[in-house]
Design a protein around this ligand. Sequence first.
Ligand SMILES: C[S@@+](CC[C@H](N)C(=O)[O-])C[C@H]1O[C@@H](n2cnc3c(N)ncnc32)[C@H](O)[C@@H]1O
Length: 440
Amino acid sequence: MLRQALRVASRRCYSYKSVRRPNLAATSAPKAEKVKEQSSKEQRPESTTENDKGSLAKQLRAKILATGPISVAEYMREVLTNPQAGYYMARDVFGREGDFITSPEISQIFGELVGVWLVSEWRKMGSPSPFQLVELGPGRGTLARDVLKVLSKFKLGAELSIHMVEVSPFLSKIQAQRFCYTHETLPEDSQLPHYQTGTTASGTKAFWHRRLEDVPQGFSLILAHEFFDALPVHKLQWLDGQWQEVLIDVASKEEDQPGFRYVLSRSQTPVSRVFQPIPGEKRSCLEYSLETERQVGLLAERIERDGGIALIMDYGHFGEKTDTFRAFKNHALHDPLVDPGSADLTADVDFKLIRHAAEKRGSIHCCGPVEQGLFLQRMQGEARLEQLLAHALPENQQIIRSGYQMLTDAAQMGTRFKFLAMFPGVVAPHLEKFPVVGFS
Ligand SMILES: C[S@@+](CC[C@H](N)C(=O)[O-])C[C@H]1O[C@@H](n2cnc3c(N)ncnc32)[C@H](O)[C@@H]1O
């Protein structure tokens, strides 16, 4: 058990997406788990070749030439999730050999404390059973694996099922390998709301869905870590008394001059016309994620109707930032308009929009956002760190310590990353009496 923990901890020592990229030449990080890396390469389909990335640029170019400039949101959606050549669709983009690293991959303490938080709040709500563990955009499945480890330690005695919402067929397999004993992909024509199933070593059933709408009804503990930053954003500008949209056009109509550029829409677009700023909005230039608003609305409806808790963890702001759309490739900033499909596209999450969308859509009680460093400290992260260090081999202690420091340090991930929790409105008086741990 300890060896396993140390192996996990010792490979989580790269840098992370939004704050600082690692100097790969300088890191002494050991290679990621050999078997998994090999299998991910073996499974990598032909569709991730340079040709495909080139063809994505060609497809986007042909579309723009045929129908005119496209929104940044449409560009982002195509680049990240185009079924043939989308960035997430057919490769492992995480870790030293990928483009970025995320908190659950840096230290096991992250997933463990999230697991303890879920158990504590679930118990406060009367330990409802059965319940579902739902994760949006699970990446490599590391957070789910660490949370499941905690749930099994607590021996909850409840009926549990696991539901992953993942658009990438390739990543869904990596996730299943992380925490399932067996898994199988369903035939394309199965007509079921899930496309992959699995069973954990302890017999818990897991299901993979393409959309949150396809997750069955029922009391749910819902996690979203670095999911909302991958959802498309529209870029809007207040000009001449109305909102106008920044679009993406081809750089030149000449065949031999490829590339893309930003242009301002000549007239209002459907989104700039319907956009309703949150009362008090002062920015004249902002990023608006219609898809975030839609997904948060679905979460709010579900939590109000079926009961549940959502924990949203991401880098972001509270409605003050104006221009955060960017790309990452090989752990460095990259021009988002160059080589579409070869780099991750992202924008800081607007937590003010999330809170507003949740509270507008249903009777929802939101907590936060609070900074990640504060949340983890309040969850007794130091105590867990000391425990791990007490049992660690001397050569692993520095890696374990620096991983936790990276997650909590204000100059690293401690303040830019934030936590926001959603509860059914009816439990608000109960939560006044028994405050939500980590948020106060
Ligand atoms: C930045 S990664 C975060 C991964 C993981 N949560 C972590 O923190 O390590 C984004 C994840 O969301 C998935 N994803 C992106 N857009 C999605 C969408 N529209 N629906 C479902 N999953 C999506 C990606 O395939 C990937 O698993």
